[in-house]
Write a protein that binds this ligand. Sequence first.
Ligand code: IMP
Ligand code: MG
Length: 172
Amino acid sequence: MKCLLDEGLIQTKVQELSLKIRKDYASHSLVVVGVLKGSFIFMSDLVRELDGLDITCDFLRVSSYEGQKSRGQVHLDFDLTQSIEGKHVLLIEDIVDSGTTLEFLKAHLTHKKPLSIRVVTLLYKEEIKPHLKSQLDYIGFTIPNVFVVGYGMDQDGQYRHLRNIYVLGDSA
Ligand code: IMP
Ligand code: MG
């Protein structure tokens, strides 16, 4: 395993992102929606940097990956527990790769009639779908097309608890 982004870099980035988000939502209440499981560590670091904003947190869970491969179909395992109708929503993703999950989630959330939806992702594999950039409101790091684990991200459930982000296996 090769370290791609260490804890210090990640924490600096989380602070940078939170400054922008704070500015944009200074006078609005916000529902922060974490996409489980991958975003749980990023979300917990990020929301603590949003101390002072008017926030509620909710979660949904989708699955599509097996090992290092997307099955191409997104399954909603469980949904939000509150209405987001008429509310500003910030969707928190760990990583945007093919964009299939993002597309699914945006359509799913749009049906619930929120006032706005913005997306923050810690990582973005730009090479795969460069045009997706315009749909991402806040991007932490743009990374090459490699499979990463750590800081919430897994391969078959492993490595989520690691503090750094690593490139795994064949793609290292
Ligand atoms: P997409 O639908 O292909 O954009 O993939 C989105 C989801 O797949 C992410 O939220 C992750 O859960 C997972 N994923 C994609 N790439 C990686 C990776 O490199 N490491 C771990 N999980 C990944
Ligand atoms: Mg995910």
